[in-house]
Design a protein around this ligand. Structure first.
Ligand code: NAD
Ligand code: ZN
Length: 392
């Protein structure tokens, strides 16, 4: 089959590789009908997440048709149309039972690697996201092996096109969880969202759906701010104004009640400038350039929430903890517990509350993926979200 392969930092290619096979009786094989490139994939392209290996298959946002099931799979059958959460969860461990699917105890045999490599313990397994997260082959491919097939894959009827349901795999739940974590008081609270990438777009619209009185989106990329404005969201271009002053003025001096950082490590900048040789360099950059997180803390109103869907890794220091402490801020963060949100968010799509395909700017074949990774990273050609057709 064809798949998008990580070769080395800043080098990916499309190759013919062996088709995946069932390895465990609880596995299924899915024939991928649509797959997307995520901002998180850019951290892999950049070489910012350690433990990628030459030959690894990328991709964690995918859906398709079940073509094979292991003998212990009970709820899925061949022919089912499914979206597959980007995190792999066993469904029976203590974190899974409490709804913390992304922290599954049993889906990441390599979780200690993160501690050794990066001073952090990673969570459960992820598709296409390095050996630190279990080394699972990803979904930017024609077929993918899906472990714990009774737990993750979520059946979808034939009515909605792929483009409306594909983002249930990650960015819609991720934006939604980020907004839900703010515990927005309906009709009163002002929410600021740093980052108008795909995650920020869904976080902002989720804050709207959850009843925020106002939502203010901060970025510097005009097309992304325009996409937010088209949904009736307020926007600030942080290259044109002092963002902290602008947020204060926009909120009568108190600051947004909650602030979502949908930027994460991207705040270091993608691209060649992000190529770092040593751990010391990585840490130095981490100290110097976490602008979005600093801005989030500094702008947030007293008693507010700083919600972090943006991905951070390694050690982060020199944070304005004094401001956070003085204001009594609440921090919520982490990888999304995608499984929780599939059903409720599908209901919102079915009810016409949101059509997630609004975010798609580029449609392409798998063969075009290497070029489109760079278009997306560099924000060229108005690129906000890329969907790939593995069979096109
Ligand atoms: P993206 O890279 O397309 O978007 C990031 C945006 O942030 C860009 O538009 C960029 O211009 C903007 N930006 C950079 N610095 C900024 C700053 N200082 N202030 C305001 N905006 C700034 O990525 P994305 O797909 O939207 O993903 C965003 C983040 O969410 C990434 O870190 C990604 O890894 C993470 N993510 C997390 C989860 C999760 O489970 N928590 C899931 C998916 C993605
Ligand atoms: Zn993603």
């Amino acid at each position: 089959m064809k798949a998008v392969i990580w070769q080395s930092t800043n080098h990916i290619s499309v190759e013919q590789v062996p088709d995946p096979e069932l390895l465990l009786p609880t596995d299924a094989i899915v024939r991928v009908s649509s797959t997307a490139i995520c901002g998180s994939d850019l951290h892999l392209l950049d070489g910012r997440i350690p433990s990628m290996e030459k030959g690894d298959i990328l991709g964690h946002e995918f859906m398709g048709e079940v073509v094979e099931v292991g003998k212990d799979v009970k709820t899925l059958k061949v022919g089912d149309r499914v979206v597959v959460p980007f995190n792999i969860a066993c469904g029976v461990c203590d974190p899974c039972k409490r709804g913390f699917y992304s922290a599954c105890d049993n889906s990441n045999p390599n979780h200690r690697m993160a501690e050794a490599l990066y001073g952090a313990v990673s969570g459960g397994g992820l598709f296409g996201y390095s050996h630190m997260y279990g080394g699972y082959a990803g979904g930017q491919a024609q077929f993918v092996r899906v472990p714990f097939a009774d737990v993750g894959p979520f059946k979808i009827g034939p009515d909605l096109p792929d483009e409306q349901v594909l983002f249930l795999t990650d960015i819609f739940p991720t934006g939604y969880q980020a907004a839900e974590n703010c515990q927005i008081v309906k009709g009163r609270d002002v929410v600021a969202v740093f980052g108008a990438g795909p995650v920020g777009q869904f976080a902002a619209r989720s804050a709207q759906m959850l009843g925020a009185a106002r939502v203010i989106v901060v970025d510097r990329v005009p097309e992304r701010l325009r996409m937010a404005a088209a949904a009736g969201l307020e926007t600030i271009n942080y290259e044109e104004v002092d963002v902290l002053v602008a947020l204060r003025e926009a909120t009568g001096g108190r600051g947004p009640d909650h602030v979502i950082d949908a930027v994460g490590m991207e705040a270091h900048g993608h691209g060649p400038g992000a190529l770092l040789d040593s751990v010391e360099q990585k840490l130095k950059l981490t100290f110097d350039r976490i602008t979005a997180l600093r801005w989030a803390i500094l702008s947030c109103a007293k008693g507010g929430t700083v919600s972090l869907p943006g991905v951070y890794g390694g050690l982060v220091d020199k944070m304005p903890m004094g401001a956070a402490f003085a204001k009594g801020l609440i921090f919520r963060m982490g990888q999304t517990h995608t499984h929780r949100y599939l059903k409720p968010l599908l209901s919102r799509i079915e009810a016409g509350e949101i059509d997630p395909s609004f975010v798609i700017t580029h449609r392409a074949t798998l063969d075009e993926a290497p070029a489109l990774y760079k278009t997306f990273r560099d924000k060229h050609d108005g690129c906000i979200k890329v969907v790939l057709d593995p069979w096109g």
